[in-house]
Write a protein that binds this ligand. Structure first.
Ligand SMILES: Nc1ncnc2c1ncn2[C@@H]1O[C@H](COP(=O)(O)OP(=O)(O)OP(=O)(O)O)[C@@H](O)[C@H]1O
Ligand SMILES: [Mg+2]
Length: 252
């Protein structure tokens, strides 16, 4: 039985990583990482290249090569360490990928249907798909494109947002969704995300750029270095990082 104040703490959070340690093969990647996100909260996760941001996202969604060697992942008061990825996804967890997946021989429409169809009833999916592709600035005919045939970097990021709109996760990790988007697309898509969040869904925004944070206005910012959270603060912390760099903040 957990002590009362511990349980109270869990209740307030939608998501929590507690002393989370993760390895891939022999390599230790996350070390006693602590992070909690309340319902409706927007947090930024910042850190140097190779500090463990994408690895955290991959661990949260349950990629099997990310081996949890210690600690707990808690979502809606449940310990989900042993949940397979599909169960996590159906429960409302989602990540967008820094490097979107590429499957030869699968069309965009099929990909979106396969990855999100369990999240809403089959009748009406086609119309929904059309609406969502329209919304993210990809025409109707984009659904018939082969995922492996010359889709541009920015179009791939738009597709990631389309997946979010179809999936409607409660807790979303955006892993560098802004990289590769032109400045207008970034503005439009950030606004779409903001509208989607609507103050009652939670996100962790991983980014190396200020623009998306200016639009989404995170409630908190976390700095990760070498697999652990080393500093927490508000949006100003993210500004400080972008202005002065990690080195000046004592983060390496
Ligand atoms: N599947 C894997 N196999 C081997 N090493 C991995 C794997 N995933 C992550 N790593 C290593 O773990 C470390 C953290 O990588 P990660 O991708 O999480 O960094 P990041 O903070 O997202 O960096 P970036 O800002 O460059 O995207 C790196 O040294 C990386 O090479
Ligand atoms: Mg990364």
């Amino acid at each position: 039985m957990k002590p009362l104040n511990d349980r109270k703490q869990i209740k307030m959070n939608l998501f929590e990583a507690k002393n989370l340690s993760v390895s891939v093969g022999d390599k230790i990647i996350l070390k006693s990482l602590n992070l909690s996100i309340a319902a409706g909260e927007i947090q930024a996760l910042l850190g140097p290249n190779g500090s463990g941001k994408s690895s955290l996202a991959h661990t949260v969604i349950g990629y099997p090569q990310y081996n949890v060697t210690g600690g707990e992942i808690i979502y809606k008061d449940q310990f989900i360490n042993d949940w397979p990825p599909e169960k996590r996804s159906l429960a409302g967890l989602m990540i967008t990928h820094q490097i979107p997946v590429n499957i030869p021989g699968v069309s965009v429409g099929e990909y979106l249907r396969l990855t999100t169809s369990k999240h809403h009833p089959a009748p009406g999916f086609r119309q929904k798909l059309r609406d969502v592709l329209q919304k993210v600035g990809l025409g109707d005919d984009f659904a018939s494109r082969d995922l492996d045939s010359g889709i541009s970097g920015g179009e791939r990021k738009r597709l990631e947002i389309a997946t979010v709109l179809l999936h409607q996760p409660e807790f979303l990790i955006l892993d560098e969704i802004d990289s590769g988007l032109d400045v207008d697309a970034l503005k439009t898509l950030s606004q779409i995300l903001k509208q989607y969040l609507n103050g009652n869904r939670s996100i962790l925004v991983i980014s190396h750029q200020e623009k998306i944070l200016e639009i989404l206005k995170p409630d908190k910012a976390q700095l990760i270095s070498n697999g652990s959270i080393v500093k927490s603060g508000d949006y100003q912390l993210a500004r400080d990082v972008n202005e002065h760099g990690y080195h000046a903040l004592g983060v390496f």
